[in-house]
Design a protein around this ligand. Structure first.
Ligand SMILES: C[S@@+](CC[C@H](N)C(=O)[O-])C[C@H]1O[C@@H](n2cnc3c(N)ncnc32)[C@H](O)[C@@H]1O
Length: 198
């Protein structure tokens, strides 16, 4: 799939038939991909897999798209829109292998949103989109948001897992190597990590 520009959530819905014709084994979603640092590393390390970045801020989504275009990455799609709508309204059931949610915005009013993204409805929508055995990974430096997120994983629907290390060229000791992780580690903050399997 050639990368031409950011997609809207409804464009993305229409792309599914194209994506499923490609011989790509696994699809990752980077929720709140910011300017694309992590997703571009992931796409470079996994050229046979597809990486979708979902970003609500159009300036950041455009920057992520430009970064991936500049790197010549063809296994990336950038969707500009709300991640809840992306999973709930525009993604078929049981198609995603891995969902990465790194440093979700803890104070949504600061970006014009009324609620925190990671809610029961959001976790339910992600669960539907994941393949059986698919994985959801969360990092945050906000301990109260972490507790809130942890409480959303019903043991009836999710298997808890230890954090499975990834190799995406991140510095030693980093869990994912996103821009926020670099910044918060630099400030000496504690990073909380969770991984759950469908
Ligand atoms: C704190 S930043 C973290 C960025 C990146 N994941 C990282 O670790 O560096 C949170 C990002 O999520 C985006 N975001 C916030 N709410 C969102 C939503 N509902 N849907 C998609 N993206 C969202 C923000 O615009 C921002 O780029």
């Amino acid at each position: 799939m050639a990368l031409e520009g950011c997609l809207s959530v409804s464009d993305w819905q229409a792309q599914w038939s194209v994506l499923t014709h490609y011989p790509l084994k696994r699809i990752h979603v980077d929720v709140g991909c910011y300017r694309g640092r992590f997703l571009s590393h992931l796409a470079m390390m996994c050229p046979d897999e597809h990486v979708v970045g979902v970003e609500i801020n159009s300036e950041y989504a455009d920057a992520a798209n430009e970064l991936c275009l500049g790197l010549g990455l063809e296994n990336v799609s950038i969707v500009c829109g709300d991640a809840l709508m992306f999973f709930r309204d525009a993604t078929p059931q049981s198609v995603i292998s891995e969902v990465h949610i790194y440093f979700p915005t803890p104070y949504p009013r600061a970006i014009g949103q009324r609620h925190r993204l990671v809610s029961a409805a959001f976790i339910d929508a992600v669960h539907q989109a994941l393949l059986p055995g698919g994985s959801l990974r969360v990092l945050t430096d906000e301990v109260n948001y972490f507790g809130e997120i942890e409480s959303l994983f019903s043991p009836m629907r999710w298997w808890s897992s230890i954090w499975q290390p990834m190799s995406v060229g991140q510095p030693t000791g980093f869990l994912a190597g996103t821009s926020s992780e670099a910044r918060y580690r630099g400030e000496g903050r504690t990073i909380w990590a969770l991984q759950a399997l469908k």
